[in-house]
Design a protein around this ligand. Structure first.
Ligand SMILES: O=C(O)CCC(=O)C(=O)O
Ligand SMILES: [Fe+2]
Length: 403
């Protein structure tokens, strides 16, 4: 089916950002009240940063289930939310509205939870990691850099082959607030602070379940939507598969479509807007957790590809999940993958470097499956067989073209 390449091309054209940021001048000095042993101290930034730093403790991070203090990977100071209060009011500056517009095209309700205060002094940094999902509905992270003179300490966020830097330091860093938000599965790092103090508040951004408010983004203006409409009118029966660009928290307790991020949400909503049935499947490996099965079953994120079945490799050593996804799902479930060459990001970030230790929460690969119901079942079986033969041929052709 040639259409699948057109659908793939249209899906690739969706340019939904994976991060965003900005800067603003606070109307009033930002105050911080922090606990110092048995008393509380108050400072008005940018003054008092040395004393605030002295009240902080060293910041840890997670490798798998372990909490690690390793100054060669992360060197920074922290205060827990219970140990400080601040006059900085996130809702007062329109930052969340901007994040919602750019990162949440399906208009989910976003709830920020203050996570930490961090001080990065000269020579401090945080190497590449992803933010450990605190729950399935934690989709993004927000860093707010408070007024404090410093240089260096850029935040670099990566998503696939793309990368974006946010620089809060340099001139005016003592009287401006800088911020950056990104989907938490995107790898990011804080480069070394070369002078002064980089003072940040970090927030986890959660979406509220069943909070999608229709009408903000018009999905029907996209080329993808038009192709979905054509596919629906074609009378064919088939299931189109779109590998997700983002990773998703395993065991997510949020139901679709709220849990979807950026361009993945766009694909889902364009299909639904075209009157098609869309669902999300996800795949993960339990290998690192003492159970070497590849499992697919019902999840709150949506239906797994393989429903309640467990897929146990006959030969665990040679089991290749990418192969499984690419070939067996095409052969057995007749999924027509709409994508160019795709490197399944099989939760590469899972259970490795996180900002928190966790063996329970990790990210997994996901795909959006769009079902087109056209003719009768008999016709559908025939056409599916034919489709799958043709599409395998095309797949092979495509691969050889790309090589
Ligand atoms: O401070 C920043 O820009 C990012 C910090 C971070 O990645 C974290 O605390 O997990
Ligand atoms: Fe982080």
């Amino acid at each position: 089916m040639g259409d699948q390449w057109m659908l793939a091309a249209a899906a690739r054209k969706i340019s939904s950002p994976f991060c965003c940021g900005g800067s603003l001048a606070p109307e009033f000095p930002v105050r911080i009240c922090y606990r110092q042993q048995d008393s509380w101290q108050s400072i008005a930034l940018p003054d008092g940063i040395q004393a605030l730093a002295a009240a902080c403790s060293e910041a840890s991070f997670g490798i798998g289930g372990e909490r690690v203090m390793d100054p060669s990977y992360r060197k920074a100071l922290k205060l827990e939310p219970g140990d400080f209060t601040t006059s900085f009011d996130l809702s007062g500056y329109g930052i969340l509205d901007e994040i919602k517009t750019l990162l949440f095209p399906s208009n989910q309700r976003v709830i920020p939870k203050l996570y930490k205060l961090n001080v990065y002094a000269q020579g401090d940094f945080f190497k590449a990691h992803v933010d450990t999902p605190q729950a399935g509905n934690m989709l993004a992270s927000l860093v707010v850099s408070l007024p404090c003179a410093h240089s260096g300490g850029d935040l670099v966020v990566r998503h696939g082959k793309k990368s974006q830097s946010f620089s809060f330091g340099g001139e005016n860093s003592d009287d401006r607030i800088g911020w950056a938000a990104f989907f938490s599965d995107c790898e990011h790092e804080v480069l070394e602070v070369t002078s002064g103090h980089r003072l940040t508040l970090t927030y986890n951004l959660f979406v509220e379940e069943s909070s999608t408010v229709a009408g903000k983004t018009d999905f029907s203006r996209s080329e993808l939507y038009k192709l979905f409409v054509e596919a629906k009118a074609s009378g064919k029966n088939m299931t189109l598969g779109f590998p997700c660009e983002h990773l998703y928290a395993q065991g997510s307790e949020v139901s679709i479509p709220e849990a979807l991020k950026g361009s993945d949400a766009f694909v889902y909503h364009a299909a639904v807007a075209a009157g098609l049935e869309a669902r999300v499947c996800s795949v993960w490996s339990r290998e690192k957790f003492g159970d070497s099965r590849f499992i697919g079953h019902e999840s709150m994120l949506g239906k797994f590809v393989v429903s309640d079945d467990c897929y146990e490799s006959q030969d665990k050593e040679s089991f290749d999940l990418s192969e499984f996804l690419d070939r067996r799902l095409v052969e057995e479930w007749k999924i027509v993958w709409c994508r160019g060459s795709f490197d399944w990001n099989l939760g590469g970030a899972c259970a490795s470097y996180g900002n928190e230790p966790s063996t329970e929460s990790f990210y997994c690969a996901a795909a959006i499956l769009v079902t087109i119901r056209g003719g009768s079942q008999e016709e559908s079986d025939e056409s599916e067989e034919k489709e799958s033969d043709e599409e395998e041929d095309e797949d092979r052709e495509d691969e050889s073209e790309e090589e």
